[in-house]
Design a protein around this ligand. Structure first.
Ligand code: PLP
Length: 389
C-alpha cells in the first residue's frame, strides 16, 4: 500500500492564519506565555458567554490536576468517575491522594449516569468527575443536583466537549469547573494544551498561580516593559503554562471551530447512513436528552460474536488495509496499576466492560472526505465478510 493510500485516524486542520500567527510570535521576541495566551483565555471565555474565569494550561491532564488539587483531598477521600476515559482523568485522582471509585456507564452512549453515581456515594465521597464522552454531554442536570444535595464538588472532564451543548447551554458556560483539551486530535488544537473554565475567581486565581511554580506573577509581567523582575513563591506549584506559540494556533482554531464542528456533524451523519446497512458494526447512540453533539469521536462496537477473530485482531487488519483506527477507551479499572493497587476486576462494571471489549473509533475530522468514509466502510464490510464465523 502506498503511503498516500492510508487514511489516518486523525489529521489536524492547520491553515495559513495559524501558520502566520505562529511566525508572528516567533519573530516577536516573545514565544512563551504572554499576550496571546491572555487573548486566547479572553476569546474562549467570550465564546462561552463570559460568565466564567478561563485558565490556559499546557494540557487537559494538567488542568484536571490543578482542579483536583484545589479540592484539598485527604487520604481515604473518594472521587467518583467513569472507567471509559483516558487514564489521566483517573490517574490525577490517585496522584492527589484520593481513591478512585467507578460508576458504570450507559450501555449505548457510554456516558456516566446520576443513578449509578448515587449508588457509589459514601461518607468519604468528595467529588464527581463526569466525562462528556466523544463530544456528547453527560446528562448533567441530575448529576449536578445530586452533587448539590450531597455536598460534592463537580469537575467536568470536557476534553471532548469543545462546542458541545447540553439543554441549550454550552458545556463550560455554567460549570463549577470544566477542563477542555486542545490536543491535536481534539476539535480545536494548540499542539498540546488545555483550558480550565471555573465559576469562582478565587479558585481560578489559585490555579493560575499553581500552573506557574506557585509564584505570584507570571514571566510576561516580570519581563515586559514596565514590569519588575521580582517574584514571590506563595505555595509550591507546577510548570503547566501554555506558550504563546501554542495560543497563536488556538486563536485561529477557535475562529473556525463552528465550521469544523459543522463538518464533523455532517460526516457523522454520513457514517450513520453508510453503516445502517452493515450488521456487525454498531455505532454509539447519541443521548436522548436535548444536546448539541461536537462529534469529537465516531465510536462503534464490533459484534465479536459473529466473527472468528476478536476486536484487537480486527482493528489490526483494518490498519493493514489502510484505515487508521482509535481506541477510546479500554476500561481504566482493568489496567495493571488499578487491578493491582485496588483489586478491581471484571464484573464490577458490566456496561463499561462489554463496550471496552468491542469499541473502536473511525477516522473523523474536518479534512476527511466522503470518498474516504466510503473506503472506511467498504473495508469494514470486506473484513466482516472475510472473518465471518
Ligand atoms: C476524556 C479525556 N480526558 C482528559 C484527556 C487529557 O487531555 P490532554 O491530552 O490534553 O492532557 C483526554 C485526552 O485524550 C481525554 O480523552
Amino acid at each position: 500500500m502506498k503511503e498516500k493510500d492510508f487514511i489516518p485516524f486523525c489529521r489536524p486542520t492547520i491553515g495559513d492564519d495559524e501558520i502566520k500567527e505562529v511566525v508572528d510570535s516567533l519573530k516577536s521576541g516573545w514565544i512563551t506565555t504572554g499576550p496571546k495566551v491572555a487573548r486566547l483565555e479572553q476569546e474562549f471565555r467570550r465564546w462561552l458567554g463570559e460568565h466564567q474565569e478561563a485558565v490556559a494550561v499546557n494540557s487537559a491532564t494538567a488542568g484536571l490536576h490543578l482542579a483536583l488539587l484545589t479540592l484539598e483531598l485527604n487520604p481515604g477521600d473518594e472521587v467518583i468517575t467513569t472507567s471509559i476515559t483516558w487514564p489521566s482523568t483517573v490517574n490525577n485522582i490517585v496522584i492527589c491522594g484520593a481513591r478512585p471509585v467507578f460508576a458504570d456507564v450507559d450501555m449505548d452512549t457510554l456516558q456516566i449516569m446520576a443513578q449509578e453515581i448515587e449508588k457509589r456515594i459514601t461518607r468519604r465521597t468528595r467529588a464527581v468527575i463526569p466525562v462528556h464522552f466523544a463530544g456528547a454531554p453527560v446528562d448533567l442536570d441530575p448529576i449536578r443536583s445530586l452533587c448539590q444535595e450531597r455536598g460534592l464538588d463537580l469537575i467536568e472532564d470536557a476534553a471532548h466537549a469543545v462546542g458541545t451543548s447540553y439543554q441549550g447551554r454550552p458545556i463550560g458556560s455554567d460549570s463549577e469547573v470544566a477542563v477542555f483539551s486542545f490536543h491535536p486530535i481534539k476539535n480545536m488544537t494548540t499542539g498540546e494544551g488545555g483550558m480550565i473554565l471555573c465559576s469562582r475567581r478565587q479558585r481560578a486565581d489559585r490555579m493560575r498561580r499553581l500552573r506557574f511554580h506557585g509564584i505570584s506573577r507570571d514571566a510576561w509581567k516580570r519581563y515586559s516593559r514596565g514590569g519588575s523582575p521580582q517574584y514571590e513563591v506563595v505555595e509550591p506549584g507546577f510548570k503547566y503554562n501554555m506558550l504563546d506559540i501554542e495560543a497563536a494556533i488556538g486563536l485561529h482554531q477557535l475562529e473556525r471551530l463552528t465550521n469544523f464542528n459543522e463538518r464533523r456533524r455532517h460526516l457523522a451523519k454520513n457514517y450513520f447512513a453508510l453503516l445502517s446497512q452493515v450488521p456487525g458494526i454498531m455505532p454509539l447512540k447519541p443521548p436522548s436528552y436535548p444536546h448539541k453533539h461536537a462529534w469529537h469521536l465516531f465510536v462503534v462496537r464490533l459484534d465479536i460474536d459473529r466473527l472468528r477473530i476478536g476486536r484487537d485482531e480486527f482493528i489490526a487488519k483494518l490498519q493493514e488495509d489502510g484505515i487508521g483506527v482509535g481506541l477510546h477507551f479500554p476500561a481504566v479499572h482493568l489496567q495493571k496499576f488499578y487491578r493491582e493497587r485496588y483489586g478491581f476486576k471484571r464484573g464490577m462494571l458490566p456496561n463499561a466492560e462489554w463496550n471496552s471489549d468491542r469499541i473502536f473509533s473511525l477516522p473523523l475530522y474536518p479534512l476527511l472526505t466522503e470518498k474516504e468514509q466510503e473506503r472506511v466502510v467498504s473495508s469494514l464490510k470486506k473484513l466482516l465478510k472475510r472473518y465471518e464465523r
